[in-house]
Design a protein around this ligand. Structure first.
Ligand SMILES: [Zn+2]
Length: 133
């Protein structure tokens, strides 16, 4: 597992992990909008929290693999920066475009995705996305 400084939440909010994404991961509160859910999911990938990745993914879209396997590819990846480019909410659907910068060993790379979200039963879920890079 990669080391993260949890006095600054990996999602880049500027708050500590405890005051930020941990509240989502522990279930203390729910993400209030798609961008916040994205932050929580990004941090969950960083911290290899497969349960949160799975539980925040709409069950109709989520791959049928056990929670812990969803993050296994991230063991050797350090997520270094999240940039949210835009968020659009229309009723119970949302779109967030973001860039997640990462380092795999000595290689720098990034994920650029337009991600789709839906709200059901008052909770936001990730559904699917279009990866541009
Ligand atoms: Zn956070």
């Amino acid at each position: 597992m990669q080391k993260y400084d949890l006095t600054k939440c990996p999602c880049g909010s500027g708050k500590s992990y405890r005051e930020c994404c941990e509240e989502l991961h522990s279930g203390k509160r729910q993400a209030e909008n798609p961008a916040e859910l994205l932050r929580g999911r990004y941090t969950a990938y960083a911290l290899l929290n497969g349960d949160y990745v799975k539980n925040s993914w709409h069950p109709d879209f989520c791959p049928a693999v056990p929670g812990r396997f969803m993050v296994s590819d991230y063991k050797k990846i350090k997520l270094t920066r999240l940039e949210i480019l835009r968020e659009e909410i229309t009723g119970d659907t949302g779109v967030v475009e973001y860039i997640a910068r990462l380092r795999a060993g000595t290689r720098f790379d990034y994920i650029h995705e337009v991600a789709n979200y839906v709200r059901t039963g008052g909770k936001w879920y990730y559904t699917d996305g279009n990866q541009l890079h």
